[in-house]
Design a protein around this ligand. Structure first.
Ligand SMILES: Cc1cc2nc3c(=O)[nH]c(=O)nc-3n(C[C@H](O)[C@H](O)[C@H](O)COP(=O)(O)OP(=O)(O)OC[C@H]3O[C@@H](n4cnc5c(N)ncnc54)[C@H](O)[C@@H]3O)c2cc1C
Length: 399
């Protein structure tokens, strides 16, 4: 549906790029504004690489507060709380706790599953087109459980029984032999053969390359801000200079909160800091399929000739610096769980801030400003949900 209207997308992470791509494919004119000289430099840089379409249950769930009491304040747990004198942190935590019940979790999981499956479908179409290689594979995802109760709960709440298999510990070892040494400690696993992996930063680059081929796309480097205009609209400035546009899509990750605040819109976004290691190893030592160590909340994905290992949720981190202690814990965990691909002392370390809502559900909506759409708050699943979120924004603009 070609159109003469211009959409400005703020933010060149995976969400802003996927949104731009969904729009340009439909014949829209798009200007992407990114403050850095390169795209995909923040949360989308070295994430876990999981296109985890069938494993979308948000962190907020029944039982999490109780479990969290054991984790919180402990230095080596998967989730760490650094309390701050910050009203926003406490408000976010209260909203998170309010979402920690079975009913809310089920409803949010269903919403995320719809978006995830629409993402998988959209990415399937996009992959047939002009995107260059981004280390995409469909090896399936195996979630390993050590605790029998958690395993039984997971087995009972499978979303698509025809596409998810409940495996014994022995079966897990046959499906992914690089994790075979763990079998005696396992209760079992759930295997989703249709789940995928890819390199998120390469995906961003490949979207940008394809976009730059289109005469309908322009990229600007600069810092965008929003302010009120007349007739219920907002206006965009880039580095303080007015920028003309018909529609605006705010997709600036965590920074969306302060951009929207200028318009009186309060976004419940909070940084959940996580870490990753990228380790090169011989092919025979790399896992073929994507593996999640559930109790330790660590994911392993083979990307090309490397394994990407991602983990941890630090609540209350002030920046995306690599915390030496946390990354040492991750190296140790990897050395115990996947020793063949180690040693991990030279693995490339990275930390990023997930732009998270308390419920885990992103905010994709029109606003009271007639020309402003939000595409924010993708938390732990932004790569997985990116294509579907872009399509959802396209549909809002087309409506
Ligand atoms: C350790 C870790 C592991 C993860 N693993 C996975 C995974 O396996 N699978 C998965 O699906 N998701 C994963 N995620 C989550 C995923 O990475 C994020 O949800 C996703 O990257 C968010 O994308 P985004 O585009 O919203 O934000 P970002 O990638 O942060 O992009 C926002 C962009 O906006 C730009 N910007 C900000 N302000 C302005 C401004 N004023 N003007 C112009 N530009 C601006 C920034 O420079 C940035 O480039 C993981 C995250 C982490 C931290």
């Amino acid at each position: 549906m070609p159109t003469d209207s211009m959409t400005t997308v703020i933010g060149g992470g995976v969400i802003g790029l996927a949104t731009s791509y969904a729009l340009v494919r439909e014949g829209h004119f798009v200007t992407l504004v990114e403050r850095h000289s390169e795209i995909g430099q923040e949360a989308s840089f070295a994430n876990g690489g999981q296109l985890s379409y069938r494993y979308v249950s948000p962190l907020a769930d029944a039982g999490v507060p109780k479990e969290a009491v054991r984790w919180l304040f402990k230095g080596n747990s998967p989730i760490l709380l650094k309390p701050q004198l910050d009203l926003h942190q406490w408000r976010w935590l209260m909203q998170f706790l309010a979402a920690c019940n079975r009913t809310t979790n089920r409803r949010n999981t269903a919403t995320l599953l719809d978006l995830a499956l629409s993402s998988q479908k959209a990415l399937g179409v996009w992959r047939q087109g002009d995107l260059k290689d981004f280390s995409w594979r469909r090896p399936g995802k195996l979630v390993l459980y050590r605790d029998g109760r958690k395993f039984a709960k997971a087995a009972n709440s499978i979303s698509e029984p025809q596409l998810q298999q409940v495996l014994s510990a022995g079966d897990c070892a046959s499906v992914e032999p690089t994790f075979a040494d763990l079998a005696p400690q396992l209760a079992g696993g759930i295997f989703s053969p249709e789940d995928e992996v890819a390199d998120c930063r390469k995906f961003c680059e490949s979207l940008l390359t394809a976009l730059l081929e289109s005469p309908r796309f322009k990229r600007i480097q600069g810092s965008a801000s929003l302010s009120e205009s007349h007739l219920g609209r907002c206006k965009v400035s880039v580095d303080g200079k007015p920028h003309d546009t018909d529609h605006v899509v705010l997709a600036a990750g965590l920074e969306s909160r302060s951009i929207a605040r200028r318009l009186g819109i309060s976004l419940p976004l909070y940084p959940l800091k996580g870490y990753s290691l990228t380790q090169q190893a011989k092919a025979e030592y790399l896992p073929q399929i994507s593996v999640t160590d559930y109790e330790n909340r660590v994911v392993y994905a083979r990307l090309g000739n490397t394994v990407r290992i991602a983990a941890m949720v630090d609540i209350g981190a002030r920046n995306a610096d690599v915390d030496v202690r946390r990354i040492r814990q991750l190296r140790q965990m990897a050395a115990i769980t996947l020793p063949q691909a180690g040693p991990y002392d030279r693995a490339e370390a990275w930390a990023g801030l997930r732009p998270a809502t308390p419920t885990g559900v992103p905010i994709i909506t029109r606003t009271r400003y007639r020309n402003l759409i939000l595409n924010v708050g993708h938390g732990a699943l932004g790569f997985t949900l990116s294509a579907g979120s872009g399509i959802a924004v396209r549909d809002l603009i087309n409506a």
